[in-house]
Design a protein around this ligand. Structure first.
Ligand SMILES: [Zn+2]
Length: 306
């Protein structure tokens, strides 16, 4: 029997648009996560808080909710000297999200960057493709063990790291993989590029070649750029596309960081994002369940994609 995560692809291919979730960082900080503390550790120490955040997104209309495991590779957890808890914290993260899911809700295992540079760019000991593969494989295995329906490889900066994560997911489980990269808007050139200069079209082609089932963008500048990025990706692929941009740029006042776009302002951009050919939409940094509720309303008000 095929894992139920594959339903996501079938639904999208049939023309349905799906709603992803919103940011976790802001929610965790609001709940008391200290600056510099390890968010994944809360899957153990503050399980109720994490579960409540998942619940909030499902209640707001998210059909796919992510696990709190963005920094859950051993390479990243080693920064907090808890690399030996990799398996436990990822499996717990998956179970927490699962516990909050209504019947029919999907859980995506979040896999973010290791924060370690690839060999080609690092000045000192960079990470080889094999090391990336190994660390992502360990995380993906634990997430699958905890019961995720699909994987969300996200906020990736380097092509090597992103493709290694996609391949690792594909190697450990027969589950769909969403892969999204972080794009910077280059104002002088009026274009969007990854940190290492890849265009949206190149990213889409590379990630699909690596085995990703859904490709797209997340984080970055905001929905206005997401529209342009998705449009460029749509020109080169028929694959399902996903976008969950930030709620605009961060605005720092003293010690507090807020984001440019409130729920209503942000949702106003989503009809154009759907028109650009996006199949799965959500939001990233600076968003909360209220943003998702408004985005859900936009999606509900639209006819399916032809
Ligand atoms: Zn973000």
């Amino acid at each position: 029997m095929k894992a139920r995560g594959w339903d996501v692809l079938e639904r999208v291919r049939a023309g349905e648009r799906l709603v992803f979730d919103g940011g976790y960082g802001t929610m965790l900080f609001a709940a008391g996560l200290a600056n510099g503390a390890c968010p994944e550790l809360w899957n153990d120490t503050h399980a109720d808080v994490v579960r409540a955040i998942h619940q909030g997104y499902f209640d707001a209309g998210s059909q796919i909710v992510e696990t709190n495991t963005f920094g859950g590779t051993r390479l990243k957890l080693d920064e907090y000297r808890i690399g030996d808890r990799t398996r436990e914290l990822n499996a717990k993260g998956a179970r927490l999200a699962r516990a909050a899911a209504p019947a029919g809700g999907y859980i995506a295992g979040s896999i973010g960057p290791t924060s370690r540079l690839p060999l080609d760019y690092a000045l000192d000991a960079g990470v080889t493709d094999e090391e990336y593969l190994e660390t992502f494989r360990e995380q993906a295995e634990a997430l699958a063990e905890g019961g995720v329906d699909l994987f969300a490889v996200e906020t990736m900066m380097f092509p090597q790291e992103c493709t290694a994560a996609v391949r690792a997911c594909k190697a450990v489980a027969d589950l769909p993989v969403m892969a999204t990269m972080f794009f910077q808007y280059e104002e002088n050139n009026d274009r969007d590029r990854t940190m290492w200069g890849e265009s949206p079209a190149e990213v889409a082609k590379n990630l699909i070649a690596a085995g990703a089932d859904v490709v797209g963008m997340n984080c970055g500048r905001g929905p206005d750029r997401a529209i342009v990025i998705i449009r460029e990706m749509r020109q080169v692929t028929d694959a399902p596309l996903v976008a969950y941009p930030n709620a605009g740029l961060p605005v720092t006042t003293g010690d507090t960081v807020t984001y440019e776009l409130g729920p209503e302002e942000m949702a106003r951009e989503y009809p154009a994002l759907l028109d650009a050919g996006c199949d799965i939409v959500g939001a990233c940094c600076g968003s909360n369940p209220e943003h998702i509720r408004r985005i859900r309303d936009v999606v509900r008000g639209r006819s399916p994609r032809k």
